[in-house]
Write a protein that binds this ligand. Structure first.
Ligand SMILES: O=C(CO)COP(=O)(O)O
Ligand SMILES: [Zn+2]
Length: 211
């Protein structure tokens, strides 16, 4: 794993998210696994203007070893790496439509993003809601551990999405797919909407793997 390329990829992909309005201000944070720990965006940093040399590095025990102070959501990120060994990167955003679903009281907490299109099934899988805790509360880590690795993505109630992937590219593509599907769900709200049928979902899982 080339850490310096990974740092450049984090900067480039974060800027792209920011430029397209998936994040604003200093909201959101991104981490990626490296051989000896993980890289995570610094707390209070803007995803549009990251400096590769200031990205925080933590060792395998979660100790801060270099860069600016890490995101306060480090507990959330580490819980995904701990419970889903296939995780190579974690993306947390306050993207508008996924956050809207996280605030709507009739979003199904066991199935926040119903399977209405193939790509959300292929890239994201089942999304559960995690009860509200304040940003940076270590309890968020306990709540993620409680899912026992069953979800690649969650919505934090009244806060926003957290999405994981094998690597930084797949985590970000999945976060974009989740946001676009959330937008469709908000647009289609109260309109009778066809879901993919269970056999169609199974066909996708067989053809493309499941989350
Ligand atoms: O989105 C955020 C908190 O939930 C941003 O926090 P950080 O700036 O500490 O990464
Ligand atoms: Zn947040």
């Amino acid at each position: 794993m080339d850490e310096s390329k990974l740092r450049d990829d984090i900067v480039r992909l974060s800027r792209s998210l920011y430029d397209r309005g998936f994040s604003v201000g200093s909201a959101g944070n991104i981490s990626a696994a490296v051989d000896d720990g993980l890289l995570i965006t610094p707390t209070n940093s803007c995803l549009g203007f990251l400096d590769p040399d200031k990205i925080s590095k933590l060792d395998r025990n979660g100790n801060h070893v270099s860069g600016a102070p890490p995101s306060k959501e480090i507990f959330l990120h580490r819980a995904f790496y701990e419970t889903r060994p296939q995780t190579g990167a974690v993306v947390h955003l306050h993207s508008t439509f996924a956050t809207a679903l996280s605030c709507l009281s009739d979003t199904d907490p066991q199935d926040c993003i119903p399977p209405i299109t193939p790509y959300v099934v292929m890239r994201v899988g089942t999304v559960k809601m995690v009860p509200y805790v304040r940003p940076g509360d270590p309890k968020a880590g306990d709540l993620i551990r409680g899912l026992k690795g069953s979800c690649a993505a969650v919505l934090l109630a009244n806060h926003g999405p957290v999405v994981t992937g094998r690597d930084i590219f797949s985590a970000i593509y999945a976060a974009e797919e989740l946001e676009e599907t959330a937008k469709l769900l908000v647009i289609l709200r109260r309109a009778p909407t066809r879901r993919l049928a269970p056999d169609q979902i199974q066909e996708l899982k067989t053809a493309f793997g499941s989350h």
